[in-house]
Design a protein around this ligand. Structure first.
Ligand code: 5GP
Length: 192
């Protein structure tokens, strides 16, 4: 059995990564496994520990870094986020294509660490329109004005990083974006 792919999936807050990923995850042919990250930010309404994230204290997060439990980690708008290493390794060895939904700093760490691994691919989802993206970030009522401003700024910064990615897909239409990403993953699976 082939070792699974490592799929880095990034895009600014509010671009619709969750919606696109949900559809891709439901496609059994793609054989995807979602890597649940560790974070120090608080859960949003409806988020479940162990499903959306492992919500941990800053102390626990630092311990994870110290113990080398994370594949990558980064600070995003005042909180830490990181990818637990063990799950990714196990699932890839079991033949699953593991998806990392991560921001650009962590993505860069992965791209460097896996540059000789031809099973590692990176995809960036862009918004069709910056104004609309800003509006979407602002609509997320669970966050304070300060956090919203920082996320809007972060979105513009992240859009400057797209050149690092193997594929840049515009989310002007969810079905089309899903179809394009599906083709990329299937193509890569067949190539191996
Ligand atoms: P949110 O707080 O909106 O859930 O996530 C903020 C940003 O952190 C998003 O761009 C998300 O993709 C990213 N993120 C989530 N988990 C990780 C992770 O494990 N590592 C890194 N570097 N970024 C992550």
């Amino acid at each position: 059995m082939n070792r699974g792919l490592l799929i880095v999936f990034s895009g600014p807050s509010g671009v619709g990564k969750g919606t696109v990923l949900k559809q891709l995850m439901a496609d059994k042919e793609l054989n995807l496994a979602y890597s649940v990250s560790m974070t120090t930010r608080l859960p949003r309404k409806g988020e479940v520990d162990g499903v959306n994230y492992f919500f941990v204290s800053e102390e626990r997060f630092k311990e994870a870094i110290y113990n080398d439990e994370l594949l990558e980690h980064a600070c995003f708008v005042d909180h830490y986020y990181g990818t637990p290493k063990a799950y990714v390794e196990k699932m890839r060895n079991d033949g699953y294509n593991v998806v990392l939904e991560i921001e650009t700093v962590g993505a860069k760490q992965i791209m460097n660490a896996y540059k000789y691994d031809n099973g590692c691919i990176s995809i960036f989802l862009t918004p069709p329109d910056m104004k609309e993206l800003e509006a979407r970030i602002r609509k997320r009522s669970s966050e304070t004005d300060d956090v919203i401003e920082k996320r809007v700024l972060k979105a513009t910064q992240e859009l400057r990083e797209t050149y690092r990615y193997d594929y840049v897909i515009c989310n002007d239409n969810v079905e089309d974006a899903v179809k394009k990403i599906r083709q990329i993953i299937m193509g890569k699976m067949l190539e191996r």
